[in-house]
Design a protein around this ligand. Structure first.
Ligand code: ATP
Ligand code: MG
Length: 273
């Protein structure tokens, strides 16, 4: 693994996954494995394993906001990462937190916005009415937006089924104000998986063989957190995404095989020599 210039503090605003494969647990493991420092503001506690989500306990809004403020007032953050937000009111709180963070030498603290909508097992993690808030309040604040194909379709109203569709939707999301978008191709059919990093300067493709596995729980959370860690550590955008892509790919290949459903990744592959 490349050694990073400094530790990099990432404040994650997302939900807890009791199964440990996705959500806050995947975020903390990823950030730590890549040498960063993870702090969290938990938005919801989910009752979850590899088979699915069977309960959701939202955290009161004032406690979500207070967690973030407690971290920012004392520890600080070099990047934000958002995941499961649940409802429009939580989206509004998160937008307020991002706005109020002290600026750095290079401007606003970069935010990786993972517009989580549906869990791998099919459970809804974002109210339908919150999509508008996500679009108007968080997409324009994204240093990097990381939608999967269904999320890109929900945010743009476009059909997203092919790599070309990913490109068109990505361009539409830049129009909505995202600074950059990483369009994930996990849900696009084909023997190869293609993710597209799209900015106003152009496009970079990250491409590999589709891995035949059911152990893909938390791939999206892991990728977004790894990107945020790179940005927090002062890596460039493309370098952050490239390292993240490689980290997720290896973690999938080395999945431990736990659970009877969508199993978790091996987040510790680079740590366990
Ligand atoms: N079968 C696969 N083989 C190789 N890479 C994959 C596979 N499935 C997903 N990926 C990669 O994992 C990352 C996450 O993509 P995906 O489209 O699955 O996101 P997601 O749907 O948000 O995930 P999650 O359900 O965990 O939120 C991307 O980099 C994607 O290319
Ligand atoms: Mg996802």
């Amino acid at each position: 693994m490349t050694s990073a210039p400094h530790q990099g503090r990432v404040l994650v605003l997302a939900g807890s996954d009791s199964g440990g494969g996705a959500g806050i647990q995947a975020d903390i493991k990823t950030i730590t494995a890549l040498g960063g420092y993870a702090a969290t503001a938990i938005t919801a506690i989910t009752v979850q394993n590899t088979l699915g989500v069977t309960g959701v306990h939202p955290i009161p809004l004032d406690i979500v906001e207070a967690q973030a403020r407690a971290v920012l007032d004392d520890i600080g953050a070099d990047a934000f990462k958002t995941g499961m937000l649940g409802d429009a009111a939580t989206v509004e709180v998160v937008a307020r937190v991002l706005d109020s963070a002290p600026k750095t030498r290079n401007g606003a603290v970069p935010a990786v916005i993972d517009p989580v909508m549906i869990a791998k097992g099919g459970a809804s993690l974002l109210a339908q009415q919150a999509i508008g808030a996500l679009k108007s309040l968080l997409v324009p604040r994204a240093a990097l937006l990381t939608p999967n194909a269904p999320e890109a379709a929900a945010l743009t109203g476009l059909t997203v089924e092919t790599t070309d569709d990913l490109r068109r939707a990505g361009e539409a999301l830049l129009e909505l104000g995202a600074h950059a978008v990483l369009m994930k191709g996990g849900h696009v059919a084909g023997e190869r998986v293609v993710d597209l990093l799209i900015t106003r300067q152009g496009e970079t493709a990250f491409e590999g063989e589709r891995i035949e596995t059911r152990h893909t729980h938390g791939t999206g959370c892991t990728l977004a957190s790894a990107c945020a860690t790179g940005l927090a550590q002062g890596l460039g955008l493309t370098e952050s995404v490239a390292r993240a892509w490689n980290y997720v790919h290896e973690a999938m290949l080395r999945a431990p095989g736990f659970g009877a459903g969508h199993g978790p990744l091996d987040h510790a592959w680079g740590v366990r020599k």
